[in-house]
Design a protein around this ligand. Structure first.
Ligand code: CTP
Length: 403
């Protein structure tokens, strides 16, 4: 899988840089070509000479090197690769990547690239868990940067915890998997899926809104699972803390009206999966000014939001061939789900119990039943990611025959 793959390996200044020579060896054994960029800090831990000898290529260090720039400008360097791997990725380089700084060759190449980027974080456990690093991590993940590790264990600083750079076999496996996914023409290759996810926020005034407890975990997992099977995915998401799944186009919205507009703009599609917990009502006449506290609490007049699922499922030339909804129920799960399927004219409904005892809303697991024209299939309690994979497989089977 790594045969003839071009890897731009960016070595930043962490002790885990000592694992890099072995990584280069293993990558080259598998037929990949490795070109190294090393930061000033990185060169303190592994010499450019070692990297050059093992990679069999020139090692790039200096943004302002006349020879490097004339032989191979930093833009070309960042583009003549199939993937950029930052290993080790220190807290510093992650912060620079997150804020778009470009003060050396490594960060400039990372900013100039149009290729996928993978990072292998490595740092002290406190640095890793620091809110600044975690915020940077989320920013990077939201931009589609893939993250491998870190693992837990003894750290070079003598402390124990999270922050150990992924081991070489783990890095090789992550790269292999990455190329497998991009190369495999999965069963949904050429198909476009729209997925809605998360809650919507309906403004009451300029500072307040109505929302619900949806985390977006299930919808995001479905988008990721469909992309893994080769689909082109547009994920229309309400406000969530979930990172954007790699390889998925994300349209961020706040209100139900915006969600509908974004879904319609994403048409045509072969598949639509409406997993969002759309607010049923909006506040009429919500303005930009903050409602001031008066003698009596204000009365909110609600009006119904558009039903995105029903709109997408309505007959017409733009209707995706397979429209799937969710039924979030606290009572009479299956009967309500069947009624919803009929009322909204969607093809399948994934019924899930969202009563507080189920822990589904905001939790990591889901117990669902797939309601189709053929009947009801009850699935065991699964992690949301597993529910997503199973649903994506079912969609792929449908697509094989019908799309
Ligand atoms: N849905 C939607 N747009 C809405 C409301 C719901 O697209 N305005 C979709 C959801 O994404 C889900 C399905 O409709 O796929 C069912 O949502 P659910 O909240 O279970 O049901 P509601 O239609 O809101 O009905 P009720 O609240 O009465 O159960």
């Amino acid at each position: 899988m790594l045969e003839n793959k071009r890897i731009l390996l960016i070595v930043a200044g962490g002790i885990a840089a000592v694992k890099v020579p072995d990584l280069i060896r293993r990558l080259r054994e598998r037929g990949a070509s490795v070109r190294c960029v090393v930061t000033k800090g990185g060169a303190q831990f592994v010499t450019p000479l070692t990297l050059a000898a093992l990679s069999g290529d020139k090692v790039y260090q200096d943004l302002f090197s006349l020879t490097d720039e004339s032989e191979m400008g930093h833009i070309r360097l960042s583009r003549e690769a199939d993937v950029l791997l930052v290993a080790p990725a220190t807290a510093d380089i992650m912060a620079k990547m997150a804020t778009g700084q470009a003060d050396d060759l490594a960060t400039t190449a990372l900013l100039a690239t149009d290729k996928p980027v993978m990072i292998a974080p490595s740092m002290n456990a406190m640095m890793w868990t620091h809110p600044a690093t975690q915020a940077n991590l989320l920013t990077l993940q939201n931009r589609g940067v893939r993250v491998v590790g870190p693992g837990a264990g003894d750290l070079a600083c003598g402390e124990v915890g999270d922050g150990r750079m992924a081991e070489v076999p783990e890095l090789i496996a992550a790269l292999t998997q990455f190329f497998q996914k991009t190369q495999d023409r999965g069963p949904l290759t050429g198909k476009h899926a729209i997925v809605t996810s998360g809650p919507t926020h309906e403004p009451i005034d300029g500072v307040r809104y109505i929302a619900n407890r949806s985390s977006g975990k299930q919808g995001h997992a479905i988008a990721a699972a469909l992309a893994d099977l080769g689909a082109t995915v547009t994920l229309v998401s309400g406000p969530t803390a979930e990172p954007a799944p790699p390889g998925v186009t994300v349209r961020k919205i706040e209100t139900a009206a915006q969600m509908l507009k974004a879904c319609q703009a994403a048409l045509p599609a072969d598949i639509a999966v409406c997993a969002a917990a759309v607010a049923d009502w909006k506040v009429e006449g919500a303005g930009a000014s903050k409602i001031k506290k008066g003698k009596a609490p204000p009365e909110l007049k609600l009006s119904e939001n558009p039903d995105i699922l029903a709109t997408l499922a309505a007959a017409g030339p733009a209707r995706p061939k397979l429209v799937i909804g969710f039924a979030a129920e606290t009572d009479d799960l299956i009967d309500n789900a069947k009624a919803k399927r009929a009322a909204k004219k969607c093809d399948w409904i994934v019924a899930n119990d969202v009563s507080p005892a189920s822990g589904a809303l905001g939790g990591d697991s889901n117990t669902v039943h797939l309601v189709t024209a053929e009947g009801v299939e009850s699935w065991p309690t699964l992690k949301k990611r597993a529910v997503a994979e199973r649903l994506a497989e079912r969609i792929a089977t449908f697509a094989e025959k019908n799309l």
